[in-house]
Design a protein around this ligand. Structure first.
Ligand SMILES: NC(=O)NCCC[C@H](N)C(=O)O
Length: 260
């Protein structure tokens, strides 16, 4: 059976100062955020994921959004260089964590920028959002790292959202899901299904047709149930205030190279 491990990183004490780009800043209740984060981690663990905790970093307000720091494909971990300079110090400890799991580590180099939240992998296709945190050089370096592994890299120009995965993710059968108002680029996907809520577009594939998703998308959860999936719902409201979603709070390592 495939090994399933998830990298997570506890919220910084300065979480409330995290970046906001497409939403208005509202106060974040850090105590509640920590409880929500613990429930998120418990949901992964309860569904068979081994949790690997990256040491927290208080001086990096956004470090809980660990997905943005690294992209893994097969045995290669590509350490990102965020389009947000204040987030670049987050990668050092993540690089150490993936190296310890046996990954071959590659790094993005200036002038490339790329956030993991811009990278959606489904089958052998790697979609990458551009125009926000990720630039053309970031796409070029992503191609150089992943095309030799057999990936087909497809750029997706973005304007309305922070990251590609703020707008779309993919179901276990490869169908891409997103809210119609935020997916002017949906023709790029061979199979696309609209969902009624923005947050409904964010799913983490837990295995066995279970989908981890946010409590803020109840109508989409019902829709997915009707399609035969089992939604596992977590409240991540404090992170949504900072443009976070269920995908960005972990890095899923399916088939990590080293079995400890
Ligand atoms: N992959 C993600 O969706 N990451 C969310 C990052 C939110 C954070 N406040 C940021 O602006 O970088």
């Amino acid at each position: 059976m495939a090994t399933r491990k998830a990298l997570v990183r506890a919220p910084s004490s300065r979480l409330a100062e995290g970046l906001v780009t497409h939403v208005e800043r509202v106060p974040v209740d850090r105590g509640r955020a920590v409880r929500q984060w613990e429930e998120y981690v418990a949901a992964l663990r309860d569904h068979g994921w081994r949790i690997l905790r990256v040491p927290p970093r208080d001086d990096c307000a956004d470090s809980v959004f660990v997905e943005d720091t690294v992209v893994v494909l097969r045995d290669v971990a590509l350490v990102c260089r965020s389009g947000a300079p204040t987030r670049r110090a987050e990668t050092a400890a993540v690089e150490e964590a993936v190296r310890a799991q046996g990954y071959t580590v590659r790094r993005l180099h200036a002038p490339a920028t790329l956030d993991g939240g811009d990278v959606l992998k489904t089958g052998d296709t790697v979609y990458v959002g551009t125009g926000g945190r990720t630039n053309q050089e970031g796409v070029r370096q992503l191609r150089a790292a992943f095309e030799p592994l057999g990936a087909r890299v497809v750029p997706v120009p973005l304007t309305q959202v922070l990251h590609l995965k703020s707008a779309v993710t993919a179901l276990p059968d490869g169908t891409v899901v997103g809210h119609p108002a935020l997916t002017g680029f949906r023709e790029l996907f061979p199979r696309f299904e609209p969902v009624p809520e923005e947050a409904g577009a964010h799913v983490v594939l837990l295995g066995d047709d279970r989908l981890l998703m946010a409590a803020s998308a109840p109508r989409t959860a019902e829709l997915y149930s009707g399609w035969g999936y089992e939604p596992v719902v977590v409240d991540i409201g404090e992170f949504e205030k900072l443009e976070g979603c269920v995908t960005c709070l972990s890095v899923r390592l399916r088939d990590a190279p080293a079995a400890p």
